[in-house]
Design a protein around this ligand. Structure first.
Ligand code: ATP
Ligand code: MG
Length: 425
């Protein structure tokens, strides 16, 4: 026998038992996007490597060690997208969507990063990304955060905490960066290898270090908020005012950063303690410099991304009930006439009751084995059609999830009888 072939490590199948939860999550996310007037942008999974090198930056984990990069048959270097913002801005520039227009966009789908697979960290994972391009005020920052809070509310999540920081204007963060580098040089012997490496290219990321040995150095470091100029502080205070008015609690975290130069002002994350080390379910920030960096005119922008696997894991940890997409009814067929006409009866029912889920038994077998399958399907009812019922124009309706008695009903009454089921889960 040939050996079986397994999936690539860190790349998961979403099995039938789990796909209903995914569809439900995607449905809620889509509803919320529409509720705020955001439009979907669908982008390719592959881009030229140069796009990510330039937009994400050479000195980031993603570009240094996480990208799936290969040469295609023409010798062009291509990369499976590790995130969506770069492609989104690329598409907007390519199609002229940023000429004197604001774009409020979203996308959802797989991203690829070559990381060590573990709980909450995969090599193919899924993000919902939202980008608002062309607006510079704290009002749009607030809108994005309100939107994330509404997503949690719609999903029934109660364990996410909002962390907030401001990187300030380019000038402010430049001054901060100098002060930080100077400080870190003084304590260079105490830095771990990762941090020493980052000191040259991406020193702000050192603040984000998860190494406990680095805690003392980081705690005594100069603090970003002390370097904000008046305009930056006003932007940040403006955002906080919106959040206070909306009753959204937040924690100020001066170590929350995005390393790259085109990030400015607002950064935020939603975190939870319930998922172990992989506790960030949503990360966002303002990237006013990126559009220009990718060859456009300067256009302010802000966005966030939600890790969908982590969101689903959190829903599970919180034991939020998710819909299952089980059939409403399973059609049991007994006898040659019933098998022939039963198939058509199911066709009629599906057309008469949009949204009704009927599984028709196929493959014959005894009453008993068919009922077993009906039960295992999770259906609310078994509909039984035997040759007797065919002759009499009736159907037997047997509840499978309650002790209620079975009933014999006229075939014409079945659609009406089951009409309410699509509204239930
Ligand atoms: P981390 O510090 O956990 O590596 P990150 O800064 O690389 O996160 P972002 O690039 O900001 O993450 O991505 C946004 C969100 O996408 C994260 O907050 C997380 O929820 C999710 N995410 C990122 N990488 C992975 C992954 N490898 N597997 C599953 N989810 C991920
Ligand atoms: Mg990462």
């Amino acid at each position: 026998m040939a050996t079986t072939i397994q999936a690539v490590r860190g790349m998961n199948d979403i099995l039938p038992a789990d796909s209903a939860a995914w569809q439900y999550l995607e449905g809620v996310l889509r509803d919320v996007m529409h509720a705020y007037g955001y439009s979907e942008l669908r982008m390719p999974l592959l881009e030229k490597t140069e796009l990510f090198r330039r937009s994400i930056g050479e000195v980031t984990d993603i570009v240094e060690k996480e990208m799936y990069t290969f040469e295609d048959r023409n010798g062009d270097s291509l990369t499976l997208r590790p995130e969506g913002t770069a492609s989104c801005v690329r598409a907007c520039l390519e199609h002229g969507l940023l000429h004197n227009q604001v774009q409020r966009l979203w996308y959802a789908g797989p991203m690829f990063r070559h990381e060590r697979p573990q709980q909450g960290r995969y090599r193919q994972f899924h993000q919902l990304g939202v980008e608002a391009i062309g607006l510079s005020g704290p009002d749009i920052d607030a809108e994005l955060i309100l939107m994330t809070a509404y997503i949690w509310e719609r999903l029934g999540l109660q364990n996410a905490r909002l962390q907030l920081n401001s990187l300030g204007s380019t000038a402010a963060r430049g001054r901060y960066r100098n002060a930080l580098v100077e400080y870190l040089h003084e304590r260079i012997d105490e830095l771990d290898a990762d941090s020493q490496r980052r000191l040259g290219g991406n020193p702000l990321r050192i603040l984000d270090s998860k190494n406990p040995d680095m805690r003392d150095v980081i705690e005594a470091a100069p603090r970003l908020p002390d370097y904000l100029d008046d305009a930056s502080r006003e932007h940040f205070d403006g955002l906080c005012r919106y959040l206070d008015t909306a009753g959204i609690a937040y924690e100020l975290n001066p170590c929350l950063v995005r390393g790259l130069d085109y990030y400015s002002h607002t950064v935020f994350e939603w975190v939870t303690d319930r998922l172990g080390a992989q506790g960030t379910i949503c990360a966002g920030g303002r990237y006013d410099g990126l559009v220009e960096y990718l060859g456009g005119k300067p256009v302010p922008a802000i966005g966030f991304a939600i890790g969908m696997e982590r969101l689903l894991a959190l829903l599970e940890a919180d034991t939020v009930e998710l819909p299952q997409n089980r059939p409403h009814a399973y059609l049991v067929l007994n006898g040659a006439q019933a098998e022939l006409y039963g198939m058509m009866f199911a066709e009629e029912l599906r057309r008469a009751v949009p949204g009704l889920r009927i599984q028709t038994h196929c493959g014959g077998g005894s009453f008993k084995s068919q009922f077993k399958k009906a039960d295992r399907s999770g259906a609310e009812y078994a509909l039984v059609l035997g040759d007797d019922e065919i002759a009499q124009g009736t159907v037997t309706l047997k509840p499978l999830r309650s002790t209620a008695e079975q009933e014999v009903i006229e075939r014409q009454q079945v659609a009406q009888r089951l009409g309410g089921l699509p509204e239930t889960a």
